[in-house]
Write a protein that binds this ligand. Structure first.
Ligand code: SAM
Length: 513
């Protein structure tokens, strides 16, 4: 116990309702990392003397550390109500509000802080960061320029300016500000990483790579830097070369996670919030999920049975605009034609079918099957792919949905269910086979392509796609009672100049099912 603490405790022994002594005991406990004790002392002080803004402010600071953000916000509001020119409390209120993702509220609070205390550099910089987070880069530039005016060597303001200009695609300004940040601190990894993003966005891959290498040199725990390098390497040399970098990104993320845990860990008190927050972060968010998926490709362990839906959606949303041109012209994709050739002999001439196109993409399969359609429905995970399918005007209905879910919830039945080049994203096909049977009319056909392997069941390849064996498809068909109509081998498309072998499979629902 410190000398100061001993004095305050003696005061409390004599007078248990001494608000100031309780308040200072709380502050000392907070500084010593005993945050629960701190909250208890300061809230006692507030009960005795509810109109002291400093008590509320400090109670708010303790609540922030304890992750009690709503209580922190209320405490800072109380502090500024009691003392409207209390700039530090406005700043703290902004930080608490921002922490809750309410950027407009944060901007308002930081703005107040800057107004009530002219020249308050932190307030202007927090304002710039909040404006950037709120998607207002123009405003962020104005605020960050004010920071630089007040404090010409403000490293973080230059980073903020760089990022804000990059958001506006003002590349020379973005580069200039990020370089100034690096001049001020040559070990500032975040500035290097942002500069690399500026280069990558302009297609300057070589410059981006060089800068990312520097970012990693000054801070080897930055997952984003490895991810950036992996993305460029993947573009240049293919996914296999990018794998080790994805793996390093995951390792770096775990290291950062551990460091964060160690920084915030404090033995006493309720750890459930901290644990929940850690678990959320270990969930890795949308980007890290993809990284984890890529990692499973390298290690060969923990490969999921399907490509995670968000990864599929993200990939095809980005790919949609150039899908037809790239796949059909460059990679000579033959899926739709192969399906038509396989289905054609089993459809009476002139027949009109109700067709369900699973993973319809931009509608290439729908278009080729048009002469035999009565009704045609399409489902796909990617809304951008669906937009292109819609423009083709061959579908009677299109739905954004996952294949298995769509089949399981499907009310109408169909004469034909097709899937062209979709099961490369679904390894375990047992759920699809089970779900397709009730959707098929007796005698209805189920036709699809898969990339193929000769033995085993299915396997995730380093390309991020699954291959399936013919034996596996036949086994699944027997399990659900589908009849094998035909399974033929062909070339689906090319990859890096080589043919990709596929199976084109057609099954029939027998009338007795
Ligand atoms: C390679 S494209 C093929 C598109 C179309 N079938 C063709 O042959 O042109 C694969 C499509 O399947 C979709 N897809 C992949 N997995 C899916 C899933 N589990 N559920 C729904 N759609 C999926 C993708 O969004 C993408 O549009």
């Amino acid at each position: 116990m410190s000398a100061a603490e001993a004095i305050y405790r003696r005061i409390i022994d004599d007078d248990p309702d001494h608000a100031e002594a309780l308040h200072w005991l709380g502050v000392l406990a907070h500084q010593a990392g005993r945050h629960d004790d701190a909250a208890s002392f300061i809230s006692r002080a507030i009960k005795i003397s509810p109109d002291d803004p400093a008590y509320h402010h400090n109670f708010g600071e303790v609540c922030m550390v304890l992750g009690r953000f709503d209580e922190a916000t209320s405490a800072f509001v109380r502090a500024v109500v009691l003392q409207p020119d209390r700039a530090e409390s406005y700043l703290a209120l902004g930080l608490a509000t921002q922490r809750a993702g309410r950027f407009d509220g944060a901007i308002e609070a930081f703005g107040h802080a800057a107004r009530v205390k002219p020249g308050y550099v932190d307030a202007h910089h927090c304002l710039a960061v909040a404006q950037l987070s709120a998607g207002r880069p123009d405003d962020a530039i104005v605020s960050a320029c004010e920071v630089v005016r007040l404090c010409p060597g403000h490293l973080h303001a230059f980073v903020t300016l760089g990022v804000a200009h990059a958001k506006l695609k003002q590349w020379p300004e973005a580069e200039e500000n990020l370089r100034r940040a690096i001049d001020l601190d040559p070990n500032h990894a975040r500035a290097y990483q942002n500069l690399a993003s500026v280069f990558a966005a302009q297609g300057r891959d070589a410059d981006a790579k060089a800068i990312l290498a520097k970012a990693i040199k000054v801070d080897p725990t930055r997952p984003g830097a490895y991810q950036g390098l992996a993305a460029i390497t993947g573009r240049e040399s293919g996914p296999e070369q990018a794998m080790p970098l994805f793996k390093q990104a995951v390792v770096a993320a775990r290291v950062q996670e551990r460091m964060r845990e160690m920084a915030t860990w404090s033995p006493p008190g309720d750890l459930s919030n901290a644990i929940a927050a850690t678990e959320t972060r270990l969930g890795f968010g949308p980007n890290m999920e993809r990284v984890q998926f890529m990692l499973s490709l390298i290690d060969g362990v923990g490969a999921p049975p399907v490509v995670p839906a968000p990864s599929v959606t993200r990939h095809f949303d980005q790919y949609a605009a150039r899908f037809d041109e790239h796949l059909v012209k460059n990679l000579r994709y033959a899926g739709p034609k192969l399906l038509l050739d396989a289905i054609g002999p089993h459809v009476p001439s002139g027949a009109r079918l109700d067709i369900l196109d699973l993973g319809c993409g931009t509608g290439l399969v729908g278009e080729i099957l048009l002469p035999m359609k009565r009704l045609m429905y399409g489902v796909d995970l990617s809304s951008n792919m669906l937009d292109h399918a819609r423009n083709r005007r061959v579908y009677d209905a299109l739905e954004q949905a996952e294949v298995c879910q769509a089949l399981e919830e499907c009310q109408p039945t169909f004469d034909l269910v097709v899937a062209g080049d979709v099961f490369v994203y679904i390894g375990d096909l047992s759920r699809v086979f089970r779900a397709v049977v009730p959707v098929l009319r007796p005698g209805g056909l189920f036709a699809f392509t898969v990339e193929s392997q000769d033995a085993g069941t299915y396997k995730l390849m380093p390309t991020g796609r699954y291959v399936h064996s013919e034996t596996y498809l036949r086994t699944l068909a027997i399990e659900v009672g589908l009849e094998v109509v035909s399974i033929s081998q062909d070339v689906l498309r090319t990859e890096r100049g080589k043919d990709v072998t596929c199976r084109v499979a057609v099954f029939r629902r027998t009338s007795i099912l």
